[in-house]
Design a protein around this ligand. Structure first.
Ligand code: SF4
Ligand code: SF4
Length: 396
């Protein structure tokens, strides 16, 4: 038996098959199929590693249908490291399953800075010249197999070239690194801008090392362990500045991966929730969505509420604790459209039960998926990162 199989068996054996995790699992909740539950998936991997089950499409599909939301891990009394089991199994199976074209594109884009630059110019041209509306009307993205990806593209937003360093605007409190993620500059520039504004306003010198790259989450969860390892190495070198008090992340998905290999990684809302701000009032209904990576992995979701409650006149609520994954889950929505849409619809039904002006989310993948769902329903609610709302209300 190979060492990997032995390790997988050891993890799987730590599951006592109590089933406490099952009601927390979005895929099991939807399908009621034991093979689509955490316990079932663990048993499947256990059987394969023990030599009692061959690799079949069925086996691969059951493991592939896991969102890696890690709600099961949070609920598990035996502390089974479920995500490691799935990531390691997927790495063993890398190349066994075909990858949809849209997922290939996202991976290429995420892992190649030069292509990100071209994509940014292309996207600006596409959106500024109304090509987006025409292409959507003619269903061109769908014809080219990119329909699921194109629906996530937000409306045009202004951006400027980023600098490597932004000095503190007030009495200096120290230096921090800002991890902007592979998609932030392309699809969510306003969050990066807001993060720089708020951090420099508090008194932090903000460093954006030019050599930072994708956190590696996409590669890791796709089973591409070599790429994930290479990206991790580059980020460790990029942020190897001893003066940095913390590496601040603005997407909880990136933060949850980065924290496994880099020191002092903190989600921005958690980092700044220790400070008090002078804020303009905002008479609006703000509903907070807690991404799975923020609540199940980083476990700092309460900091977002604490932070937003500082905004005078804002009516802040959060989605119920029982709300499950929105279905975005990295590239999941591109591979499992039906499940992703079902989960998104459930979340939106709950969120829109009461009037909502802003739906706040701390992860870019979730925010794009939720915003696309709202657009398709013709809803007016705006999806924003909490730091964008805070920056907008700052009194200088
Ligand atoms: S993963 Fe944990 S909660 Fe789920 S069946 Fe195994 S031991 Fe129980
Ligand atoms: S990670 Fe999420 S989808 Fe996967 S088994 Fe656990 S609870 Fe279910």
């Amino acid at each position: 038996m190979t060492n990997t199989k032995k390790e997988l068996l050891a993890i799987a054996d730590s599951c006592v098959k109590c089933g406490i995790c099952a009601p927390h699992c979005p895929t099991y909740t939807q399908t009621q199929n034991e093979n689509e539950s955490p316990r079932g998936r663990i048993a499947l991997i256990q059987a394969w590693a023990g030599g009692n089950l061959n690799v079949t499409n069925n086996l691969l599909n059951h493991i592939d249908s896991c969102l890696l939301c890690r709600a099961c891990e949070k609920a598990c009394p035996a502390v089974v490291p479920y995500a490691k089991l799935i990531d390691d199994f997927r790495a063993e199976m890398h190349g066994e399953q075909s990858i949809p074209m849209s997922v290939r594109w996202v991976k290429i884009l995420a892992e190649n800075k030069r292509i990100q630059g071209w994509a940014k110019s292309g996207l600006t041209f596409y959106q500024k010249n109304n090509l987006q509306k025409t292409a959507r009307f003619l269903h061109l993205p769908t014809l080219f197999g990119l329909g699921k990806l194109e629906r996530l593209v937000p409306n045009y937003q202004e951006s400027q070239p980023l600098k490597n360093y932004y000095p503190a605007l007030n009495e200096v409190k120290g230096d921090v690194g800002l991890f902007i993620g592979c998609m932030g500059e392309l699809l969510d520039f306003k969050t990066i801008n807001a993060a720089i504004n708020v951090l420099t306003h508090i008194g932090f010198n903000v460093h954006l090392p030019e050599t930072q790259v994708c956190c590696g989450a996409l590669a890791l969860h796709e089973g591409d362990a070599n790429t994930a390892e290479n990206l991790a190495k580059q980020n460790k070198t990029a942020f190897a500045n001893e003066n940095l008090q913390a590496i601040i992340t603005i997407a909880s998905g990136c933060g949850s991966t980065l924290k496994d290999y880099a020191p002092n990684v903190v989600d921005i809302s958690h980092f700044i929730s220790q400070f008090e701000f002078n804020l303009k009032p905002l008479a609006a209904n703000i509903c907070v969505h807690s991404p799975c990576t923020l609540k199940n992995v980083l476990k700092t979701d309460k900091s977002v509420l604490k932070l937003l409650k500082q905004i005078p006149e804002a009516n802040i609520s959060s989605l119920p604790e029982t709300t499950q994954c929105c279905g975005a889950a990295g590239s999941y929505s591109l591979r499992h459209d039906k499940m992703a849409q079902t989960l998104l619809n459930e979340l939106l039904e709950t969120a829109l039960e009461k009037p909502t002006d802003y739906l706040v989310s701390s992860n870019i993948g979730c925010a794009l998926h939720i915003a696309a769902g709202l657009r398709e329903r013709g809803e007016d609610a705006t999806v924003v990162h909490p730091i964008v709302l805070l920056a907008k209300q700052l009194v200088n």
